[in-house]
Write a protein that binds this ligand. Structure first.
Ligand SMILES: *[C@@H]1O[C@H](CO)[C@@H](O)[C@H](O)[C@H]1NC(C)=O
Ligand SMILES: *[C@@H]1O[C@H](CO)[C@@H](O)[C@H](O)[C@H]1NC(C)=O
Ligand SMILES: CC(=O)N[C@H]1CO[C@H](CO)[C@@H](O)[C@@H]1O
Length: 138
């Protein structure tokens, strides 16, 4: 019984750690060479979690199908601190990262890839998650 309770508690902890890509929206057009906001939301995060790093990459899906962010991050557009904060009352804590869409990436389907590492819980357990979002380079 005790182990079931702790499993449930553990599942709750890991679910609560999931980040969400707020922007770009799925299928959003990203113009080569332009600045684009990548918004990463971090619900329920401001207690019990210490941020380590966020990495943002972009990979082309024109000549080969996109692979999961956990396997291929593509061209790295940002690697550094993650400091999600409350801004609007309607939004969970988030951070905007302004990146420049590479000029060399082919026009067509592409994928924004996110890798996020943090320390979570009282024991400071290492946590790594990967996220992706399909976009269109124009
Ligand atoms: C993306 O751009 C194409 C033209 O390049 C346009 O037809 C399409 O409506 C745009 N999509 C969005 C979601 O803005
Ligand atoms: C984050 O970016 C979105 C979209 O550009 C914007 O609406 C929002 O105000 C920005 N938030 C902050 C804190 O800059
Ligand atoms: C290629 C790939 O890993 N795509 C994944 C992107 O993220 C969604 C969830 O938001 C997955 O369902 C896809 O499999």
């Amino acid at each position: 019984m005790k182990s079931i309770v702790s499993l449930v508690a553990f599942a709750g902890v890991s679910l609560a750690q999931n980040s969400i890509i707020g922007l770009p929206t799925a299928g959003q057009n990203l113009s080569k060479g332009s600045n684009v906001v990548i918004q990463i939301k971090r619900p329920n995060s401001l207690t019990g979690s210490t941020e380590i790093v966020v990495v943002i990459g972009i990979s082309s899906c024109v000549s080969t199908a996109c692979r999961p962010a956990g396997e291929v991050m593509g061209t790295i557009l940002y690697r550094g601190d993650f400091d999600p904060q409350y801004y609007e009352a309607s939004q969970p804590p988030y951070q905007n990262f302004t990146i420049t869409v590479p000029n060399l990436i082919p026009a067509g389907n592409a994928q924004i890839n996110i890798a996020h590492a943090a320390l979570v819980g009282a024991g400071a357990s290492p946590y790594l998650e990967t996220l992706n979002r399909t976009v269109v380079v124009i």
